[in-house]
Design a protein around this ligand. Structure first.
Ligand SMILES: C[S@@+](CC[C@H](N)C(=O)[O-])C[C@H]1O[C@@H](n2cnc3c(N)ncnc32)[C@H](O)[C@@H]1O
Length: 178
């Protein structure tokens, strides 16, 4: 609940994924035929549009979670404008309270929320990641000093294979072994 309040009160600048990061994730979703997506941290909806476009091709659906009501509205308008309203569903609230997590398994999960919450959100959602599914997180290079526990979790688990996309912010790409 603490985070929910914090995200609503402070309208901090949003740092969306870059076009190169978006294109790389879009291509991975299409290549692996990933269909059921979940995103923690919608922001203005830039990343969701990349995932939604990919899932339009795989026949999938994305649920994206955002705590800030103003950003939810803004993102929903963008999805309509992009013709993605049927592919992307926005859930407004605190990611820790997302009621449909057990409706997984998800085969694509993207994490771009508060950095100190990466480890707990990863722990919470890993059991809901399908075998062969991709768990990806943003800012694994530029904010890596805040992500020590998360980075250790994704690299030390023998059931996972992790690589990093070398953009300035950095994107982790963790596949759950089949
Ligand atoms: C960096 S922005 C997301 C940018 C977006 N992924 C993109 O690339 O276009 C992070 C967002 O996460 C939201 N957020 C942070 N913690 C959250 C939580 N626990 N539950 C829901 N949303 C949260 C913030 O309100 C903020 O809009």
């Amino acid at each position: 609940m603490r985070l929910f309040i914090r995200s609503n009160i402070l309208h901090r600048p949003i740092h969306p994924i870059t076009p190169a990061e978006g294109e790389m994730l879009h291509d991975l979703i299409v290549k692996h035929g990933l269909k059921k997506g979940l995103e923690f941290g919608t922001g203005e909806g830039v990343s969701s549009v990349w995932f939604g476009r990919a899932m339009q091709k795989t026949g999938g659906m994305l649920t994206t979670i955002e705590a800030d009501r103003r950003l939810c509205k803004q993102a929903e308008e963008l999805f309509k404008k992009e013709g993605l309203a049927k592919v992307i569903e926005v859930w407004r609230g605190n990611a820790f309270d997302f009621p449909a997590l057990d409706k997984g398994p998800f085969d694509f999960i993207f994490l771009d929320a508060e950095k100190e919450d990466y480890a707990p959100l990863f722990r919470m959602s890993l059991p809901r990641l399908a075998p062969g599914g991709l768990f990806s997180a943003h800012n694994t290079a530029n904010l890596k000093s805040h992500l020590k526990e998360f980075l250790s979790l994704i690299q030390s688990n023998p059931g996972l294979s992790t690589q990093f996309y070398g953009s300035k912010a950095g994107v982790s790409l963790t596949f759950k072994n089949t």
